[in-house]
Design a protein around this ligand. Structure first.
Ligand code: SAM
Length: 228
């Protein structure tokens, strides 16, 4: 399968069954045990990013690009905390949901701005570029290009999360207990941390903070890198 096919599959998935599934996971309604586990894991990743950024004490001065923003789980609280958020996602359904959630919480507000856009077509410069749990949709040979593009928009900082390619996770994936349920409709790609770090470094960034969220069904390595 070529990368364009991969992307079309991901886009169609997040505009159909994937939208229904992930809107529920990223919500607060009733879900099954696996989905609840993933919800809690994802929330930990979001909370870690928010705590890093608030600890720095300059959130209100930042422009932030949230690439692959989903339903706005990170963009909305960061905008609430005073940052200027430019959020986008390849799925119009996810963006529609994000807009509704933002309006319910923040009223008719131009922050965050939400656009339907493939992250490869994003441009502009932002203090910080954030891309959470999107690399799982990118095969290894497409990751370097994608991360380099994000780096080109980041004036000072990149924050990325991805499912790490460890022996344990590779085995879990093989026996099929990783990402159970309908999310199997898309392929899940794991990435080696050393590879991701190398790509960031080759774009002039240095790792500053790291975190790992690990629940039963959710695994996400979080890296913050700043421009050298
Ligand atoms: N970053 C959000 C979060 O952490 O709440 C959403 C994570 S969700 C697992 C992955 C999201 O990436 C989906 O909303 C999907 O539509 C989006 N996505 C996948 N490939 C993309 C691409 N090439 N450009 C923009 N968004 C993409």
């Amino acid at each position: 399968m070529n990368a364009a096919d991969d992307k079309t599959i991901v886009k169609d998935y997040f505009n159909s069954t994937g939208f229904d599934r992930w809107r529920r996971i990223y919500g607060d309604g009733e879900v099954n045990k696996v989905q609840l586990d993933i919800r809690e894991g994802h929330q930990q990743t979001v909370d870690t990013v928010i705590s890093w950024l608030t600890d720095d004490g300059n959130l209100a001065t930042l422009s932030i690009c949230d690439a692959g923003c989903g339903v706005g789980s990170l963009s909305i609280p960061l905008a609430q905390a005073g940052a200027k958020l430019y959020a986008s996602d390849i799925s119009e359904k996810m963006v529609g949901e994000a807009k509704e959630r933002a309006e319910a919480l923040l009223g008719n507000n131009s922050n965050p701005t939400f656009t339907v856009q493939d992250l490869e077509t994003l441009s502009g410069k932002y203090h910080t570029v954030i891309c959470l749990d999107v690399l799982i949709h990118y095969p290894q040979d497409k990751a370097a290009e994608m991360i380099s593009h994000l780096c080109s928009m980041g004036e000072s900082r990149i924050i990325l999360s991805f499912a790490p390619k460890t022996l344990a996770l590779s085995l879990l994936k093989k026996i099929g207990s990783f990402f159970p349920g309908p999310s199997k409709a898309t392929r899940a790609y794991l990435h080696r941390e050393a590879d991701v770090v190398k790509i960031l470094e080759s774009n002039g960034f240095v790792i500053q903070r790291k975190a790992m969220t690990k629940t039963r069904f959710y695994f996400s390595r979080l890296l913050e890198a700043t421009r050298n």
